[in-house]
Design a protein around this ligand. Structure first.
Ligand SMILES: Cc1cc2nc3c(=O)[nH]c(=O)nc-3n(C[C@H](O)[C@H](O)[C@H](O)COP(=O)(O)OP(=O)(O)OC[C@H]3O[C@@H](n4cnc5c(N)ncnc54)[C@H](O)[C@@H]3O)c2cc1C
Length: 369
C-alpha cells in the first residue's frame, strides 16, 4: 500500500469494463495499472454497435464523467428496429427511436476509444498477457505474466473477458457452448453500394427469424452494416460440413442452403457481403456463477458473468467497473470494497444472465418450438 495513492491496483484487460474501472479510479486520484495482452489499441477491429442503457452503461459513463462525450458520439436514431417475416420480408413489428426510452447506439470501437482517451497516458501496458494470479496469505495477490515475470498487488481485478486467466483463482467454472453460433459479415458504404439492404435495415436494426435460425443486421457508423447469421448447430458445424472457414465462397454456399426458402432480399445478406465470415460460437458461464470471497482478487464483466449477447454484457461490464471503483474509493479497506462490490454485482448478474438466456431462446428459437 502506498499511503499517498492508495492500494496497488492492477486491472487485467483493457476492454470496456476494465477501462471504465480505471477511469473512475483515476478521477478519484487513485493509482491503477492496466495489463492488456493485445499489442496496441488498434490490434484488432472492436466489433459492432452497442446500445447503452440508462441504468447500466450510461450510469457508468456518468460516474466516469463521460456521458456528454458519449452523447456527442452516439446515434440515437440507431435505436430504431424492425422484425421482418422471413418468407416475404414484410414488416411484422417495428419501433422508432423514442419508443425504447433512451438507448442510443455507439460503435464499440468509438466507445473504447472514448475510454482510452480519458485515462492517463501510460496506464495501459500493451502486449502484457497475464497467465494467472495467486492469492497470497497476507491478503495481497501475485500476478503472473506470460513473459515469465510476476508482480504483487493489493488487488488484481480480472476484467479479461470470457476466457479469463484470473477467474481460476476464484472459481472452477468454465464457459460452455450455448448451441448457438453467430457468423458475422459486413457491408461497406451501404447507402451507395447496397441501397436495398440499407432500406431493409433502416437506421437501426433488423431481425428475421425462423425455426433454429435468424438473421440480424445492424447499421453502424460510416454507412457500415454488420450482419449476424445466427443458427443452432454443434460447435464444430463447419468441420462436420467439411468447410474451411477461410473459404468465403464455401461458407456462403453452405449458409445460402441453410436459409433456403427465405425471402431473396434477406438471402442477399449472405450473398452480397463485402467482408468475409467470422465464426462466433456463443459461450456462457453457468448460471448462477458465484464464488466465495477471496481477499486481493475479484472479477468484472464477462470474466464474472459471461452471458448470451442479448444487449446486456457490455453495459454490465461498464457498470461493474464503475461500481468496483466507487467501492474502492469509499470503503475503508480493499477487502471491505470487494465485499460491498460483490454483494451487488453477483445477484444482479445472475438476474441478467437468466434474462439473456431467455433472450437468446427468443432470438434463435429451437427448431422444434
Ligand atoms: C456478437 C456479440 C454481440 C454483442 N452485442 C452486445 C450488445 O449489443 N450490447 C451489450 O451490452 N453487449 C453485447 N455483447 C457482449 C459484450 O461484447 C461483452 O459482454 C463485453 O465486451 C464484456 O466486456 P469486458 O470488458 O468484460 O470484456 P472484453 O470486452 O472481452 O475485454 C477483455 C479484455 O481483456 C483482454 N485480455 C483477455 N485475456 C487477457 C490476458 N490473459 N491478459 C491480459 N489481457 C487479456 C482482451 O484482449 C480484452 O481487451 C455482445 C457480444 C457478442 C459476442
Amino acid at each position: 500500500m502506498n499511503p499517498s495513492r492508495g492500494p496497488r491496483i492492477a486491472i487485467v484487460g483493457a476492454g470496456l469494463g476494465g477501462l471504465t474501472c480505471a477511469r473512475v479510479l483515476q478521477q478519484h486520484g487513485r493509482s491503477v495499472a492496466v495489463f492488456e495482452r493485445e499489442a496496441s489499441a488498434d490490434a484488432r477491429p472492436q466489433g459492432g454497435t452497442l446500445d447503452l442503457h440508462a441504468d447500466t452503461g450510461q450510469a457508468a459513463l456518468r460516474a466516469a464523467g463521460l456521458l456528454d462525450r458519449f452523447h456527442a458520439l452516439s446515434r440515437p436514431e440507431g435505436e430504431e428496429w424492425r422484425v421482418l417475416d422471413f418468407t416475404d420480408a414484410a414488416v411484422l413489428a417495428q419501433q422508432g427511436p423514442s419508443a425504447t426510452g433512451g438507448r442510443p447506439e455507439i460503435d464499440r470501437g468509438q466507445l473504447r476509444g472514448l475510454l482510452l482517451d480519458s485515462i492517463t497516458e501510460g496506464t495501459v501496458s500493451w502486449d502484457r498477457a497475464v497467465s494467472g494470479v495467486v492469492p497470497l496469505p497476507d491478503g495481497t495477490c501475485r500476478m503472473l505474466l506470460d513473459d515469465g515475470t510476476a508482480e504483487d498487488f493489493d488487488l488484481v481485478v480480472g476484467a479479461d473477458g470470457a476466457w479469463s486467466r484470473v477467474r481460476p483463482a476464484l472459481s472452477h467454472a468454465a464457459p460452455r457452448y450455448t448451441g448457438v453460433t453467430f457468423v458475422e459479415t459486413g457491408f461497406d458504404h451501404c447507402d451507395t453500394r447496397h441501397p436495398d439492404l440499407a432500406r431493409l435495415v433502416g437506421n437501426g436494426s433488423m431481425l428475421a427469424k425462423g425455426a433454429g435460425r435468424s438473421l440480424v443486421a445492424q447499421r453502424n457508423s460510416n454507412g457500415h452494416i454488420r450482419a449476424y447469421i445466427a443458427f443452432r448447430a454443434p460447435e464444430d458445424w463447419h468441420l462436420a460440413a467439411g468447410i474451411d472457414l477461410g473459404d468465403r465462397s464455401a461458407v456462403r454456399t453452405h449458409l445460402l442452403a441453410m436459409f433456403d426458402g427465405w425471402d431473396e432480399s434477406l438471402r442477399d445478406l449472405l450473398r452480397n457481403s463485402d467482408s468475409g465470415f467470422i465464426n462466433r460460437s456463443l459461450f456462457v458461464l453457468p448460471t448462477p456463477h458465484t464464488w466465495a470471497h477471496v481477499p486481493g482478487v475479484t472479477l468484472l464483466g464477462d470474466a464474472a458473468h459471461l452471458m448470451p449477447p442479448a444487449g446486456q454484457g457490455a453495459n454490465l461490464a461498464m457498470l461493474d467497473g464503475a461500481d468496483l471503483a466507487h467501492a474502492l474509493v469509499t470503503e475503508p479497506s480493499v477487502d471491505d470494497a470487494l465485499r460491498a462490490y460483490e454483494s451487488i454485482m453477483l445477484p444482479r448478474s445472475i438476474e441478467a444472465a437468466t434474462g439473456s438466456a431467455q433472450g437468446l431462446d427468443r432470438l434463435v428459437p429451437a427448431a422444434t418450438s
